[in-house]
Design a protein around this ligand. Structure first.
Ligand code: UD1
Length: 427
């Protein structure tokens, strides 16, 4: 199996560029189905989840090609299918995002139920009830979702909690509905603004993304466009946390602090000096981090759940204790047992985890349990004495284009040992 070997204890120094955002490109790939034409996506990250989305698009009859390292061209002109296979649904839980777009384009859609994932149950009840509000008939018997809508009709849809995926799914379905759809209680993540910007570039009328009410004037024919994916704020957070963990002086090109302000506020509290401009973010961390006030995950603009594990990993050697509260997913402390193998002192009780800073961490064989938990192991290993072997890194490939390359650019001692039989290999 592919794994990383990391020799810790080296201060980071250097520059790295931030890849395009995974959570932005996935809904935008689904949104290409709404266009009659060719879409050129620049800054498209080469990820396992992007590969899975491309296979879903191709399975529906679209053609795709990589032009340069990070430019993906999608042509949906010859779409003939409306069903996504169970194998592809299993590969990427967030493939439910294709539902709204397929329904809007084809008038019907067939997907298997996404079920649970590494983070716990992954319900899509809000997606389904919102689509029903727009006029879709959905039969979810037997683990397969059969959806039909001869005509989608815009109206007000109220989300009882600000689900990112449900907001995006409804925005896509609403583009194919007649009249105006208003999504109240919408999620406000920057990736939703990116989706709005993409749809607008294709000729759609969407407004309000980034606030709790998103409006879509549907029924307009959408055309192709060239669009650049926004930088990945969680990848940027990961490398900032790497500098906190190992100590360092780094610069992240394209990172945007306005997307990360709750994370940088905590890092400043921990003693880092962070400066940003329109080109990127510079971060200097000299000492062992200070303990910070409790960190509670919440929907945007709150502290992102996706940065919980990596921040925790960066504070394992803090001076004092830090309380974490995970409010978004039931099963998001699976990295804790692995971090403990490196000498971390973490106690978990329900939603809370208390990290008591230790003086030293040591290298150990550890195993990724999920995408961000896996990145957290790398962050911790950079501060550990000796060698850490991080296995099951397929989880990390879902969201990081090349974490070893980026961390090496920042001065870390990390290399990847490739499994010859791996399905997804780095290019
Ligand atoms: C997205 C992100 C993921 C991030 C999460 C929360 C993508 C591809 N993934 O996931 O990285 O961790 O936002 O910021 O963008 N819920 C329901 N019913 C629903 C939908 C969601 O109860 O129909 C609950 C979920 O169980 C969870 C919460 O709402 O507790 C937030 O989930 P949601 O915002 O939908 O996350 P995703 O869109 O799946």
């Amino acid at each position: 199996m592919s794994h990383f070997v990391i020799r810790g204890g080296r201060r980071l120094e250097g520059e790295a560029g931030i890849q395009g955002a995974k959570n932005s490109v996935l809904p935008i790939l689904a949104a290409t189905l709404l266009t009659a034409g060719q879409v050129e996506l620049r800054g498209c990250p080469r990820l396992r989840d992007v590969d899975a989305s491309v296979r879903i698009l191709e399975g529906l009859g679209c053609t795709t090609r990589w032009e340069e390292e990070n430019t993906l061209v999608v042509d949906t002109g010859n779409l003939y299918g409306y069903a996504v296979s169970e194998a592809l649904m299993r590969e990427m839980r967030s493939s439910a995002i294709f539902l709204g777009a397929i329904l809007a384009r084809c008038g019907q859609a067939e997907l298997s139920y996404p079920g649970g994932c590494e983070l716990g149950p992954r319900p899509i009840d809000l997606h389904l009830s919102g689509l029903r509000d727009l006029g879709a008939e959905i039969d979810d018997a037997g683990g397969v979702l059969h959806c039909k809508a001869s005509r989608l009709q815009g109206r007000e849809v109220v989300l009882s909690l600000p689900s990112v995926g449900a907001t995006e799914n409804l925005m896509l379905a609403a583009c194919g509905a007649s009249g105006v759809t208003t999504i109240a209680g919408a999620a406000q993540e920057p990736e939703i603004v990116d989706l709005q910007n993409f749809l607008t570039a294709c000729g759609a009328r969407v407004s309000g993304a980034g606030t709790s009410t998103v409006s879509v004037e549907g029924g307009r024919p959408l055309h192709g466009c060239t669009y650049t994916i926004m930088p990945d704020r969680i990848v940027a957070a990961t490398y900032l946390c790497a500098a906190v963990s190992a100590g360092g002086d780094i610069y992240l090109r394209r990172a945007r602090e306005e997307h990360l302000s709750t994370v940088t506020a905590v890092l400043r509290e921990a003693g880092c000096v962070i400066r940003s401009d329109e080109r990127g973010i510079a971060c200097t961390c000299r000492n062992r981090p200070a303990a910070v006030r409790p960190v509670r995950t919440a929907p945007y603009p709150g502290f992102p759940t996706d940065a919980q594990a990596i921040l925790m990993a960066s504070l394992l050697r803090c001076r004092g204790a830090v309380v974490f509260e995970e409010n978004m997913f039931a099963n998001r402390y699976r990295h804790v047992d692995e971090l403990a193998r490196m000498g971390a002192d973490i106690r978990v009780s329900g939603r809370a985890a208390v990290v008591t800073g230790v003086k030293n961490l040591h290298g150990a064989p550890v195993r990724c349990t999920d995408l961000r938990g896996g990145a957290a192991l790398c962050v911790a290993a950079l501060a550990a004495e000796g060698e850490t072997e991080v296995s099951e890194i397929g989880h990390i490939d879902r969201g990081y284009e090349d974490v070893a390359r980026d961390l090496r650019n920042l001065g870390a001692d990390i290399f990847r040992v490739e499994d010859e039989n791996a399905e997804f290999t780095r290019r």
